[in-house]
Design a protein around this ligand. Structure first.
Ligand code: SF4
Length: 197
C-alpha cells in the first residue's frame, strides 16, 4: 500500500505549470521517502535543487548538518525502515528573485499529506524542521525562535528545529542553548530509538 502511494506521488505533476514559470523552468520531480511504521519521521520544507537532481531527501550540506544534529549516520538516515522523510511539499519549488527557494506549494500538503501521515503512523520521534513544517504539523505560527525555545514543552519525542541551512548560522550563534541543551537531548532520544530498532 505504501508502495502504491509512493508511486502515485512520484507521478504527480499538479504543479507543472507553476514550475514552468520559474527561472529554472523545471518539471516536477517528487521525492517521496517514507514507509509505514518507521520509528523516526523527519518533516521538512521542500527539496532544494541538489535534492531535486539526486532524488534523495536531505542529500546536501543541510542534510549533513541535520544528521549531525540528530546523531544519526548517513546509512541509518537513508534506511527506509528507520526514517521517513516528509517534506511540506515533495518537489523543488524553484527560486525567488533573490535566489532563495520559493515556499512549498500549499496544494501538495492538501493533496497528499493526510494519506502519507496515515501511512507513516505514529513515529516515536518526530523531527520538525523549519517554519513551514512547524505550521503544518504543530499548527504553531509564532516566531520560530520562540517555538524552538519551548522545546521542553513539546509532546514527548517531538523536536522542533530551525532549518539546518548555513543561512541559519547567525541564529545558531545567538541561541547557544540549542547546541548545548536541545541537541544532546535529541541525540539521546534518537540513539535510544536506534538501539531498540
Ligand atoms: S509539489 Fe506536490 S503537488 Fe506539486 S507536483 Fe510535486 S508532488 Fe505534486
Amino acid at each position: 500500500m505504501t508502495d502504491e502511494l509512493i508511486r502515485k506521488i512520484g507521478k504527480c505533476d499538479l504543479c507543472a505549470e507553476n514550475f514552468a514559470l520559474t527561472a529554472t523552468q523545471h518539471r516536477p520531480r517528487p521525492v517521496p521517502w517514507f514507509r509505514a511504521g518507521t520509528p523516526i519521521m523527519v518533516a521538512g520544507q521542500a527539496p532544494g535543487m541538489r535534492v531535486h537532481k539526486e532524488g534523495k531527501p536531505f542529500w546536501d550540506r543541510s542534510g549533513d548538518r541535520l544528521r549531525d544534529w540528530m546523531g544519526i549516520s548517513h546509512a541509518q538516515f537513508y534506511d527506509r525502515d528507520l526514517v521517513s522523510v516528509l517534506p511540506t511539499a515533495f518537489c523543488f519549488p524553484g527560486y525567488d528573485a533573490k535566489g532563495a527557494d520559493l515556499p512549498p506549494p500549499p496544494r501538495c500538503w492538501d493533496r497528499w499529506h493526510a494519506e502519507a501521515l496515515q501511512h507513516i503512523g505514529t513515529p516515536q520521534v518526530r523531527v520538525i524542521v523549519g517554519s513551514y513544517a512547524i505550521r503544518r504539523h504543530l499548527g504553531l505560527k509564532g516566531p520560530m525562535s520562540e517555538i524552538v525555545a519551548q522545546w521542553r514543552t513539546h509532546a514527548p519525542g517531538t523536536y522542533v528545529l530551525p532549518h539546518p541551512s548555513w543561512r541559519n548560522n547567525g541564529w545558531l550563534r545567538k541561541h547557544p542553548w540549542f547546541e548545548s541543551d536541545l541537541l544532546p537531548d535529541l541525540k539521546r532520544t534518537v540513539g535510544a530509538v536506534l538501539n531498540s530498532a
